[in-house]
Design a protein around this ligand. Structure first.
Ligand SMILES: Cc1ncc(C[n+]2csc(CCOP(=O)(O)OP(=O)(O)O)c2C)c(N)n1
Length: 280
């Protein structure tokens, strides 16, 4: 998809689920569109004269409740499920196909001749992206204590390893990460809770078990962290309600956790002054 976007010079917005489809550092990337989104993505999708959906249910979250793009925008919809095509947006063309196969066919059928015609549009997308960065720079680099969530996202953007897997929970954590985190490498992966609070911690354990050699980073809130632990406290494998540390083998991986009744031990968030991050 990135190769197709580059060849045709088309800006790319992603769903929250597809955040790692294109690195945020890519010049054609405008970020996540919809409700848990980056403002610049909504601006650009609303300015587009044609939106091509690739493998999307065009649901409420990704369209900000069918306001982005506005109904009436020309839409091409590629999806393997025929009932999704044109379900929420009338289409000028519908293509029933596996997303990857369709994109590969489009790559084989197109050349870069038309790319120049979209130079101004691609530049406009870059401008919107920069406007977003300028608008949020103070929050992303804020020295406020406790550390602002925007600063945490910015620090992660700066320091996540090239092959990191990021697992984000729902709630404000999902909003902040969807909009504020910059993935900087196509080797980084992003997974998010589809609305189930507490999913992220368990999913991060699962990701680590599945791909032990890659660093896994879980971003969740206090409630999100407590939900799965409460369940484990009530008979699960990790620790117990008396504050005993538990160490178990989970799918062959050692896992440690310490729980106490109604609270959880943890380390304090980093102080902004200790981050040593470069400014945007
Ligand atoms: C299983 C489940 N229970 C409840 C909710 C509703 N819910 C969504 S976010 C949220 C609060 C999350 O709080 P926290 O994890 O501390 O993160 P914050 O949003 O405060 O950053 C709740 C209760 C949900 N989505 N899923």
């Amino acid at each position: 998809m990135v190769a197709l976007a580059e060849r045709l010079n088309i800006p790319v917005a992603t769903s929250l689920n597809g955040k790692d489809t294109i690195a945020d550092s890519h010049p054609l990337s405008v970020g996540v569109v919809g409700t848990y989104s980056r403002e610049s993505a909504n601006v650009i999708v609303n300015e587009a004269d044609l939106v091509i959906y690739i493998g999307s249910t065009t649901g409420g979250m990704v369209t900000h409740f069918w306001a982005v793009p506005t109904i009436g925008t020309k839409v091409v919809h590629i999806d393997i499920e025929p009932t999704e095509i044109g379900r929420n947006y009338p289409v000028v063309a519908g293509i029933q196909a596996d997303a990857k196969v369709a994109v590969q066919r489009l790559l084989a059928m197109t050349n870069a001749e038309s790319a120049g015609r979209r130079s101004a549009w691609a530049a406009r997308a870059g401008e919107a992206d920069q406007q977003w960065r300028d608008k949020y720079n103070d929050l992303l680099t804020s020295e406020a204590e406790p550390m602002r969530p925007e600063r945490m996202c910015h620090e992660l953007s700066q320091h996540l390893p090239d092959d990191a897997i990021v697992v984000a929970d729902t709630g404000h954590t999902g909003m902040w990460m969807g909009g504020m985190l910059d993935l900087k490498s196509p080797n980084q992966s992003y997974m998010r809770s589809a609305g189930h609070l507490g999913w992220a911690f368990s999913a991060a354990l699962g990701a680590k078990c599945g791909v032990p050699d890659r660093p896994v980073f879980c971003f969740t809130g206090d409630a999100g962290l407590l939900v799965p632990h409460r369940r484990r406290r009530d008979g699960g494998p990790l620790g117990d309600q008396h504050g005993h540390a538990g160490q178990q083998q989970l799918l062959g991986q050692p896992v440690q956790a310490r729980l106490s009744t109604g609270s959880m031990e943890g380390s304090r968030p980093m102080r902004p002054a200790n981050c040593g991050s470069s400014p945007m």
